[in-house]
Design a protein around this ligand. Structure first.
Ligand SMILES: Nc1ncnc2c1ncn2[C@@H]1O[C@H](COP(=O)(O)OP(=O)(O)OP(=O)(O)O)[C@@H](O)[C@H]1O
Ligand SMILES: [Mg+2]
Length: 360
């Protein structure tokens, strides 16, 4: 029987002295269980491998036929590439993007350089290695300050939107010190926030677009999908509705966003799946904020994990998501398997169209 190993990093409590959001990119046990159960139902044998220092030896011994990789990696700006690099060395095929794409994707400035190179709209920006560097003349307040290579809104607190030089310098010092990395300063885009998932390879498909709705945030909150909005104000016990899918947008804007998302996917050589975050600027023009080639896939709808929420908006189940992406990834890797619960490209397209039609 074909063996599929899942590689992941489990969420844990940060040790004394580490920022409270240190492990926020890591996954819950319930996510790994849901993935494993879906893969088993597809007729595979499964194994779990925590993506730590022992992972290489385990992978080498086990030699799974395929790896379902959702590991964030342990440290450094290339951490998301740690497991994929091991797998390339061992010649074991795996889900999602390769080390080059993952490293660029995690680095927001490098991603933006690639976007600019490909004429894909993205906000004006500057990388700060030190808090006292001169601000480029082209950047106008309000600005947003974020760690250069984090995800899951790590370091993007409500006060990251800065209105003047004093606020900027304070936030720069804070981020550079706490996250031990440069900070990215970007023009603040005040329009609607939309995120879109793309799935597939030869014929990548955009899922229904999801809007982040800021109305339900506390009144004093800045309109951003901050750390607090993802993890503090919206909890399982006390959920607030921050997502709306499919987003109610004009057919023109929808087409524009889908086009930009697929261009981005191709420009960065993304494989199998990805979530691309965008925000509207002047004249309702969409700009790409960043890409997530290891998208969050928490299964519980109450968590508001964005990609599963898009999937559920089509009336489809979590298992079908896992099986569909696995099917596309295995096909890319030349592995044949008789999937019962995965969607062929033309069927997935039908579901997307139906969900989008209903939203209008
Ligand atoms: N230039 C910007 N203008 C306006 N809002 C922004 C900008 N950059 C980031 N934001 C806000 O901050 C949020 C987090 O930013 P971003 O998506 O870059 O971080 P992330 O931590 O990588 O997110 P993810 O959880 O998707 O990995 C965005 O969803 C958006 O609300
Ligand atoms: Mg994001």
């Amino acid at each position: 029987m074909t063996l599929v190993a899942i590689t992941y990093n489990l969420k844990k409590k940060p040790a004394e002295g580490l920022p409270g959001d240190f492990y926020s990119e890591f996954d819950e046990k319930s996510t790994i269980s849901a993935i494993e159960s879906a893969i088993r139902k597809a007729g595979f044998k499964t194994a779990r491998i925590e993506a730590d220092e022992k992972a290489y030896i385990k992978l080498k011994k086990m030699r799974p036929d395929f790896v379902f990789n959702i590991a964030e990696g342990l440290r450094g700006r290339s951490r998301e590439s740690q497991i994929p690099a091991m797998l390339e060395l061992l010649e074991i095929p795996y889900l999602a993007s390769d080390p080059t794409t993952l490293s660029i994707g995690l680095n927001k400035a490098m991603t933006k350089d690639m976007l600019i190179q490909n004429r894909i709209p993205t906000a004006a920006f500057q990388v700060f290695y030190k808090a006292d560097e001169k601000l480029l003349r082209k950047l106008h307040f309000p600005l947003i300050v974020k760690p250069l290579y984090e995800g899951s809104s790590k370091g993007i607190k409500n006060d990251c939107v800065v209105k003047n030089d004093a606020e900027l310098r304070k936030k720069l010092s804070e981020i550079i010190a706490a996250y031990e990395q440069p900070a990215l300063v970007e023009e603040f885009l005040s329009g609607r926030e939309l995120t879109v998932a793309v799935i597939g390879n030869d014929e990548p498909i955009a899922l229904p677009i999801l809007e982040i709705v800021f109305d339900s945030l506390p009144p004093e909150a800045n309109p951003i999908y901050s750390y607090e909005a993802k993890w503090v104000w919206d909890t399982k016990e006390n959920p607030i509705n921050v997502v709306s899918c499919p987003a109610r947008i004009s057919p023109y804007l929808k087409r524009r966003i889908e086009k930009i998302a697929i261009q981005t996917y191709r420009a960065l050589n993304v494989r199998d799946w990805c979530r691309i975050d965008m925000r509207l600027g002047k004249h309702n023009r969409p700009y790409v904020l960043e890409i997530n080639p290891l998208p969050g896939i928490g299964p519980d709808p109450i968590e508001h994990s964005n990609l599963p929420a898009m999937w559920y908006s089509m009336g489809l189940k979590y298992e079908q998501l896992i099986n569909t992406v696995l099917y596309y990834a295995m096909k890319r890797a030349g592995i044949n398997h008789n999937f019962k619960d995965s969607l062929a490209v033309k069927d997935l397209k039908k579901y997307v169209r139906r969900a989008n039609r209903k939203a209008r």
